[in-house]
Design a protein around this ligand. Structure first.
Ligand code: C2E
Ligand code: MG
Ligand code: MG
Length: 566
């Protein structure tokens, strides 16, 4: 059976005998049908583009009553940029024909040299070549996963949009969107689900922005949106809020419900910069501020944010000096047995005795800077060595069996030999590994899949315990954490805080304790401040607790007094 191909041809030719000749040739080809529409000038051709169906190919004579030479090609190309053009030429000058291809034609035919098969081949070849060119262009400009603009097209678009905005004295908003904990989804549910999620996020972003606004994926889980023609910064905030809302609805991916949140940084022209590079940098900075402050939100870049950047620089320099000047010290918070009230362990908590402050500086004010600058590696090693040495001294003073817990940051677990410093601290202090626990936050586990089960296995193999800190604040499941062979979990103090006032928190805490016990894990409650909270934990069978109810973090001497007094 033959399936007849129908190709729509627009023939633009003012010489009627030439036109007749071409139509004749096209009618001679077996098994193929050419639906030829013949017009005699450019303006007639333009009219068919506007009112009729688009042709598959245009056969174009260059000298026409209303246009001549390359102008004819340009006129057709502008009116129908995706339609291939084959030039019909009486001119044999090869350089003119080359120019024809440069200004938008796919191919050319010399009049009088045509037979039917050759004409047919040329037409199909032109159509195919045009399609390939379009595909290549798409590959070069669009993200193949989500179909959004890619980085290259985004950069061009941003520059163009900025130029327009400047001319029209308007405001432009640039949104930098990064998904929170996306790595964890890729890691637990697989890359296919991760890709599916990225596509659906892209769809939702596209859905909330206006037709003319550009959305792009720069790579990974980073998206950008350009909002043009706005009158005030607040319009960009409106879009950011809409995106937050759109992404908040859970996604159904391969039959399961998945939640994800974005962190959005906003930079606007002219307030946050005059050129594309500055705007990008400042939108990125604002996005990082959102991450620092707990994610799932947006932040507009401002000079104040930049000023706090300067303050930060100062802080960074002071922290560098703090190591050499021995300004760091440790306080210890006792961890009690819920059932007996005895001190089972202590948590070492870092303090900074900064000459610029009258009080000791708490870790939340500087830990993230230590982490970002890498200083945490040196400080963390000092913390571990000091805590192990202190614990050994307590053992020697009679507190046998006391464990010490030390908080560890992701940066400390990188490198070719990620746990050698733990071995070193144990050796130099003489503390038996079984009295040491390292605490890693749930967020760290989620955000740093590279801290693989292998690293944690090495820690366990030394005999050191692993606790998951701030448990309940991420989105991980206990069964996922079981892959890492942890020993205990510390329920985040935000749950303990509400355990007697919020039904939801009490249900969550009860469930965590039951599940953890089912998996053979020890459960520690953080931040116990009231007698009724402790009573609740007692009835639920929680193992250990720490909190202001009995003791703040205190100096080592005070801690020894507390132990011996009990
Ligand atoms: P964390 O590991 O969850 O430590 C418990 C935090 O809760 C401590 O805050 C402690 O003072 C506080 N806390 C204890 N009981 C109560 C209570 O009853 N009520 C309230 N409201 N708070 C209570 P701190 O000492 O400010 O430490 C904050 C965080 O800094 C720690 O959270 C830990 O993540 C990090 N950190 C502390 N020292 C180090 C360290 O040496 N290395 C690393 N990487 N992080 C550290
Ligand atoms: Mg901790
Ligand atoms: Mg904690």
């Amino acid at each position: 059976m033959h399936t007849e191909i129908c190709t729509r041809v627009l023939l633009v030719e003012d010489n009627s005998s030439d036109a007749f000749f071409v139509e004749e040739l096209l009618s001679q080809i077996p098994d193929e049908h050419f639906d030829v529409c013949h017009v005699e000038c450019i303006s007639e051709a333009q009219a068919t583009f506007e009112h009729g169906t688009m042709p598959d190919v245009v056969l174009l004579d260059l000298s026409l009553p209303d246009s001549n030479g390359m102008d004819s090609i340009k006129a057709i190309h502008n009116a129908a940029p995706h339609t291939p053009i084959v030039v019909l030429s009486g001119n044999e000058d090869p350089s003119a024909l080359r120019t024809a291809v440069q200004v938008g034609a796919q191919d050319f035919l010399l009049k009088g040299e045509n037979d039917a098969r050759f004409l047919c081949k040329t037409i199909h070849y032109a159509i195919e070549r045009q399609r390939t060119e379009r595909e290549l262009l798409k590959l070069a400009h669009y993200d193949s996963l989500t179909g959004l603009a890619n980085r290259a097209l985004f950069n061009d678009d941003l520059r163009r949009a900025l130029a327009r905005t400047k001319r029209q004295n308007e405001v432009l908003g640039l949104l930098f969107i990064d998904l929170d904990h996306f790595k964890a989804i890729n890691d637990t549910l697989g890359h296919e689900v991760g890709d599916e999620l990225l596509c659906k996020v892209a769809e939702r972003i596209k859905h909330v922005i206006r037709e003319g606004d550009v959305a792009a994926r720069l790579g990974g889980d980073e998206f950008t949106v350009i909002i043009e023609g706005i009158e005030a910064i607040s319009s960009a905030e409106v879009v950011a809020r809409k995106i937050l809302q759109a992404i908040a609805t859970p996604f159904t991916l391969s039959g399961q419900e998945v939640r994800i949140t974005p962190s959005i940084g906003i930079a606007t022209f002219p307030a946050a910069g005059n050129d594309a590079t500055t705007l990008m940098r400042n939108a990125d900075r604002a996005m990082y501020r959102v991450k620092e402050q707990g994610r799932n939100n947006y932040q507009v870049y401002s000079d104040a944010l930049n000023a706090s950047g300067l303050a930060r620089l100062n802080l960074e320099q002071n922290l560098r000096r703090a190591i050499d000047r021995e300004e760091f010290l440790l306080h210890y918070q006792p961890i009690f047995d819920v059932a007996t009230g005895e001190v089972r362990a202590v948590e070492a908590l870092l303090r900074w005795n900064s000459p610029d402050h009258d009080k000791l500086v708490a870790p939340l004010e500087f830990i993230s800077i230590l982490e970002q600058t890498g200083l945490i590696v040196a400080v963390g090693e000092w913390v571990l060595r000091t805590a192990c040495t202190q614990c050994k001294a307590w053992h020697d003073a009679g507190a046998r069996g006391l464990r010490v817990a030390v908080n560890v940051s992701p940066r400390q677990l990188h490198g070719p030999n990620p746990v050698h410093w733990i071995k070193r601290a144990l050796k130099s202090s003489g503390l038996n590994a079984k009295y040491l626990d390292v605490e890693i936050t749930e967020g760290t586990m989620l955000e740093h899949p590279e801290i693989s089960a292998v690293v944690l296995q090495k820690i366990r193999a030394m005999g050191v315990g692993i606790s998951i800190d701030d448990f309940g604040t991420g989105y991980s499941s206990l069964s996922y954490l079981m892959n890492f062979k942890v020993n205990s979990i510390k329920i985040d103090r935000s749950f303990i805080n509400e355990v007697t006032t919020s039904g939801a928190s009490s249900v969550i805490v009860t469930a965590i304790i039951q599940m953890a016990h089912g998996l053979g894990l020890r459960v520690i409650a953080e931040g116990v401040e009231t007698e009724s909270q402790l009573e609740f934990l007692r009835t639920q069978g929680c193992d250990e607790f720490q909190g202001f109810l009995i003791s703040n973090p205190i100096e080592p001497e005070a801690l020894l007094d507390l132990i011996t007094a009990m």
